[in-house]
Design a protein. Structure first.
Length: 304
């Protein structure tokens, strides 16, 4: 937990990363301070800062986590068994579409693998991968808002996808084959709850097209966004894969000109556990066989 606080800069952010409450983090760190015989954290603005002793322990924990991963891989190689727990963090639209079938097939082929799936956004998932919280991630990177690739990670292409406009079924543009964002400049928008990359992506995409959006609603989950579109007459931007759960009173049409994203499976570089390799292979197979592939422009590289 100290390592997560060091990485994330606050108890609240560390709690989100580890899927526990801030009070649980605080209690564990208080216990650790008693065992260490010295203070490990001090308040710093709205966050916390590690003391020299805390920094020493947190930096050492980097090595401990790496050794634990290596030991686990060595044990798997020694037994030759494809078994063990695989913690998977994934974007919501992937969960709705190909990830659950991929993991179902994985556990049928390898009953000894226990796949644990967690819905999580890339800005939380990538630091968590470094902290050892996850073994494999499914992340997205939009061509107009590319992710920064952390060091010591391996990225495997899963599939491409494109942006769609979600409109109420009775909207004046609902029958069009594609819709320009500029034609929706005066609309009320619904976006993901702040602060996250999905919210930033919507706003950036619209501003690039000359629109300062009136975002009146912020919610979490594509299903909730579609409910706001249908019930309150708002519009929004979603990836094409999310439209599989759109209700009949929401129409999803292509954004013009098109905008694309790439989906990747991410794992620590040098990870050799057979269970993780099989998990990535299952994700690749399921992603590439799911649904239609959009016609794409050449890919823009990720930021290093």
């Amino acid at each position: 937990m100290l390592h997560a606080v060091w990485r994330r800069g606050s108890l609240a952010a560390a709690a989100e990363l580890l899927h526990v409450t801030p009070s649980a983090i605080s209690q564990q760190l208080t216990k650790l301070e008693r065992e260490a015989g010295t203070g490990l954290l001090v308040r710093h603005g709205r966050g916390v800062r590690l003391t020299p002793a805390g920094l020493l322990l947190a930096q050492r924990s980097d090595r401990v986590l790496a050794e634990l991963r290596a030991a686990r891989a060595d044990l798997d190689s020694l037994t030759g068994a494809t078994t063990g727990v695989v913690e998977i963090g994934a974007i919501p639209s992937g969960v709705h579409t190909f990830i659950a079938p991929a993991l179902t097939g994985l556990t049928v082929r390898h009953p000894g693998i226990e796949a644990r799936l967690h819905e999580v956004e890339p800005e939380v998932a990538l630091p968590a991968l470094a902290d050892g919280v996850f073994d494999v991630l499914v992340v997205e990177t939009w061509e107009n808002l590319p992710l920064t690739r952390p060091p010591n990670t391996r990225w495997t292409v899963l599939r491409d996808d494109s942006a769609m406009i979600a409109l109420p079924a009775g909207h004046r543009l609902a029958g069009e084959e594609s819709v320009r964002a500029e034609d929706l400049a005066d609309e009320i928008w619904v976006a993901w709850a702040r602060p996250n990359l999905a919210n930033a992506w919507l706003r950036q995409t619209l501003r690039e097209r000359g629109i300062e959006p009136t975002v009146r609603h912020t919610v979490s989950g594509f299903g909730t966004q579609f409910a706001v579109v249908a019930g309150l007459g708002a519009v929004t931007l979603v990836p094409s894969m999310a439209t599989t759960i759109a209700p009949p009173d929401v129409v999803c049409t292509a954004l013009a000109p098109p905008l694309h994203r790439q989906l990747y499976a991410v794992q620590p570089h040098g990870e050799t556990r057979p269970a993780i390799a099989e998990c990535v292979a299952a994700l690749v197979e399921a992603a590439r066989s799911w649904g239609p592939q959009p016609r794409l422009r050449p890919r823009r590289p990720l930021r290093e």
